[in-house]
Design a protein around this ligand. Structure first.
Ligand code: BDP
Length: 670
């Protein structure tokens, strides 16, 4: 071989490495130019981050970072900021360093989107003080409902080695305004509070601090027993309270800006105050008192249900609403967006608005436990915006998002799942932003600013979640997932001895008359938990929004819906619509090939292929099964089934703790 050949090959492989597009750079893809002259009179670790980001990336001339004590900046609070162009310079102003950090990322975002940055006059402050991620990461490296590899936290390597990814993670969060992270699963191991683990947690907190990210921990309510050797965890027991106070003191000794605790108590087998005949408020308040002197908070989850009551959708409300006003002021009750459990579509949880004397947080799920894991393209900002149609952001103290990151190179499994992490942060900062503008900014930063890419893909993203709803659970259907993995359909699922409210038939109530859960006043009466004006709407078969129809009503197969079609026909068309939509997304993506690097193009194409197969699987499983009740044929235009019910009943997916199923595992036919 001659020398030219070898040098050519070397050049090629170097170029390929530089151009490798593995998704690891998220939406932060600007290349350092090191042009900017940045002026900042104060120094600190956080301001160093801001200064270095600007010095490396900003291309718009001189920048000034100013800590300001004037009225405007005081009003913008401890995280707000201004960005102004003044005498040819760009001036970032804030009352705090954290404000300046956020201003920095805002400015760089504008540049990355290709916005005109020559005449800026911006004022910003976040809608919520608490904007946290919840990791459901276990100490053994697995992630509950995680589909992007193992945990980012390499507990066994800490404290000796600190992965470079921790910093990248903190940077990504700061760039969208996320200011806290709960490191471990709500099904919490008591070990996390051991001396050993607290040292590891401290290391992470040290990395996150300059990015304005506070660390929180999920705690097991029985820790005083399991870790401390006490004979009880009764929150009214003095020794128990003392144990927690000591533990909290130890934590703040290591992490002076520690955020606080997240608690899942008396829920799905977790220990809690009710084990001792105490209320959730008594349990939460005991922890809150321990944290209070240090400024820490308790995020106490309201995700509770028991096999006893007839309607699971009512239970969190029944248990928590009477406790309104009984929590200490540093307790936030953290409520899932819907009354059941992160379904592709739920009405909002009626607890919002029903506890005016209690600080509330909403918990969203960014990880796609019920929306096709990291195989399906489902942009969730539209779902979160739907929640805010009913719930005033000003009635909330904070937002939590169960995050979708793992140690996969591209963080989230699906390249488009990064958009949900991004959008979660943007909406936590400003819930008034539209899902569409967030999609646009994410696409422009993550792929290209070329409108021929951004416009069609914005459209795809905007339609994507509705498509998932259509091929999985249209018209208010919910929780008809397969036992265990929550990926595919199993509306027929029966498990001997299983709790009724863990089985699909509990939710869909299909019979020869019709379909749906009757939560009207004459049914379970869940509608009455909503404010009167809304309860009346949900209660009425005619007025109930059709997207919630089968959530609130058991509807006859022959019932005419707004389209003029019967329930059965409408159901068929919805499933078909979902399938058609995914095929349309595939076609659009094909046209996007010229604008996307080969690697990400291929990765997304492969997942869309899986999604298209899954949509057919869902359609066939649900329609073929419900047809055994409706006894009606498919209307014109609805494709005949590819699979028989018998075939689909045999499908068993291996359940993985790390990754979504591969195409080989899924039901397919040529
Ligand atoms: C459900 C998940 C389960 C979680 C639980 C929770 O299936 O893994 O532990 O929620 O939020 O959605 O506590």
């Amino acid at each position: 071989m001659n020398k030219r050949f070898w040098s050519g090959l070397c050049f090629l492989s170097l170029a390929l490495t530089l151009w490798a597009e593995d998704g690891s750079r998220l939406w932060l893809r600007q290349t350092p130019v090191n042009q900017a002259s940045v002026c900042c009179l104060v120094t600190s670790p956080m301001l160093t981050v801001a200064r270095e980001e600007l010095a490396a990336l900003w291309q718009g001339g001189e920048v000034d970072l100013q800590l300001c004590a004037d009225e405007t900046h005081r009003r913008l609070g401890k995280e707000g900021y201004t960005i102004r162009t003044s005498e040819g310079k760009t001036v970032l102003g804030a009352a705090t360093e954290q404000g300046l950090l956020y201003a920095t990322y805002h400015l760089l975002r504008l540049q990355a989107e290709g916005a005109d940055c020559s005449q800026l006059n911006i004022q910003e402050k976040p809608a919520f003080d608490i904007r946290v991620l919840n990791h459901w990461d276990n100490l053994d490296g697995t992630i509950e409902r995680g589909y992007a590899g193992r945990s980012l936290w390499k507990w066994e390597e800490l404290t000796d080695s600190v992965s470079a990814r921790y910093r990248e993670y903190a940077r990504a969060n700061a760039s969208v305004g996320i200011n806290g992270t709960v490191l471990n699963n709500v099904n919490a191991s008591p070990e996390i509070l051991s001396e050993d683990y607290l040292q590891k947690v401290r290391k992470l907190a040290d990395v996150f601090r300059p990015y304005g990210i506070k660390v929180y921990l999920s705690v097991n309510f029985a820790s005083p027993m399991k870790l401390g050797g006490l004979s009880t965890a009764d929150p009214l027991d003095e020794e128990v309270a003392r144990w927690w106070k000591e533990k909290v003191r130890e934590i703040y000794g290591l992490i002076p800006d520690f955020g606080g605790f997240l608690v899942k108590a008396n829920s799905e087998g977790q220990p809690g105050p009710c084990d001792y005949g105490r209320t959730h408020a008594e349990g939460a308040n005991m922890l809150a008192e321990a944290l209070k002197p240090y400024g820490g908070i308790v995020m106490w989850r309201a995700f509770v249900y028991s096999p006893s009551d007839a309607d699971r959708a009512k239970q969190a409300y029944l248990e928590f609403q009477p406790l309104d006003g009984r929590f200490r002021d540093n307790v936030m009750v953290q409520v899932k967006n819907g009354p059941i459990d992160f379904q592709p579509r739920e009405p909002y949880s009626p607890l919002f608005g029903a506890m005016p004397h209690t600080p509330l947080m909403v918990e969203f799920q960014i990880t796609q436990e019920y929306l096709g894991h990291s195989n399906h393209l489902a942009y969730l900002a539209t779902m979160w915006k739907e929640f805010y149609r009913y719930v005033q952001p000003s009635s909330l103290k904070g937002v939590a998002g169960v995050v979708n990151v793992g140690d996969n190179v591209n963080w989230c499994g699906h390249d488009f799942a990064q958009a949900n992490w991004y959008a979660y942060g943007r909406l936590a900062w400003n819930p008034d932003l539209s899902a569409e503008e967030i999609a646009r900014e994410w696409l422009a930063q993550t792929f290209t600013t070329d409108r021929r890419f951004v416009e069609p893909m914005t459209q795809v993203m905007m339609e994507s979640r509705e498509a998932v709803v259509d091929y999985m659970m249209p018209l208010g259907l919910h929780h008809i997932f397969a036992w265990g993995h929550h990926y595919g359909p199993e509306p027929w699922c029966k498990v001997p001895g299983a709790r009724a409210d863990w089985l699909p038939s509990y939710y869909h109530q299909a019979d020869k008359e019709g379909l749906g859960f009757d939560r009207s006043r004459t049914g379970s009466d869940a509608v009455s938990q909503y404010p009167d004006s809304l309860a009346r709407v949900f209660d009425s078969l005619e007025q109930c929004p059709e997207e919630y129809l089968l959530w609130f009503h058991h509807v006859k197969w022959s019932q005419k819906l707004r389209s003029g079609r019967s329930l059965w026909d409408e159901l068929c068309y919805k499933y078909q619509q979902g399938v058609d939509d995914v095929r349309a997304f595939q076609r659009v993506w094909k046209e996007m090939q010229p604008y996307v690097d080969a690697e990400r193009y291929q990765a997304v194409a492969e997942r869309l292929d899986i999604q298209a197969h899954d949509a057919v699987w869902w359609k066939d499983a649900c329609l073929e099964y419900f047809r055994t009740f409706s006894k009606q044929p498919y209307p014109k235009g609805v494709e005949p089934p590819v699979f028989t019910l018998k075939e689909l009943k045999k499908v068993k997916l291996p359940i993985s703790n790390y990754e979504p199923p591969t195409i080989e595992m899924l039901p397919r036919k040529k």
